[in-house]
Design a protein around this ligand. Sequence first.
Ligand SMILES: [Fe+2]
Length: 300
Amino acid sequence: MNKYKTLTPGVKLYIGQDSEVSQRIYINRGILPATESIYHEDIKYLPNAFKPLPDWYEACTEDLDLLLTDSPDIPYSECVCLFKIPEKAIKIFRESGLSECNSHETVLERLKADKTRLQWLDKWLGEFATLLRHEGIEKGKARIHGFFSGRANVETVAYDSDKQYFGLHIDNSQGNTIYNTDKAPNRICINIGKEDRFLLFVNKTVRDIYNLLVEKNVIRANDKIPEGKLCRLFFENYPDYPVIKIRQKPYEAYMAPTDNLIHDGSTSGTMNPDVTVVLLGYFGILNVHNNGEIAGVTAL
Ligand SMILES: [Fe+2]
């Protein structure tokens, strides 16, 4: 029985039919201010940053009932989806040696040195992105955002150009205001590293967060709040609202509306570089469901 503050309805998680996945969904008791990493002396956080409390427990039935959806026909801006990429792509990624690369530069060097494999990956990623693209959205051109390599064993992975860590945050990929984040692109992030990594998120859309803050008289309706301030106000006023953590195994991908929810990645407990490839676009959960077979995608 869950004795802590529980989840309330909000952003859903679609994982298909595999009950094994529900055993790698964790929940905690909220956040704490982040100034530095507990694992690395040189990692510093930006002012007003927050990270999840490390008191993770396995999600109970009540949490899962609230979080999981078995309906793929759900707006992409309100749902996170986890799925496995096709075997043919796994084989190419395995052979590429990219999982060994411990910096962005070495990833690029490795890709440049292996033109045939790079061309195959470029083509495949383009087709993959197109198949999973939401058909109803004209501007929904999907693109490869890039290959990334990050550090092992960090509590949260995202940092700015000065290598200062954001902590849990909301992306702003195209100059959104808080009124249109439900129309912003979402992303697919594929784990091509050797080890499991984690997706962290709060199951509330930007609109939900805004309404929670209005309810508590922290802000007034129609106040214009940048996404960074919205995130800080949420954590200051709801510090014990649970964060969700999902284990993402190698060659699994998550699809998430990262402009519309508080999130980050995590590599806590790992020893190898965190290597990922990221696609940006307007991807549909229904497309994973319907086109999964064509794309070779397996809903977990
Ligand atoms: Fe992000």
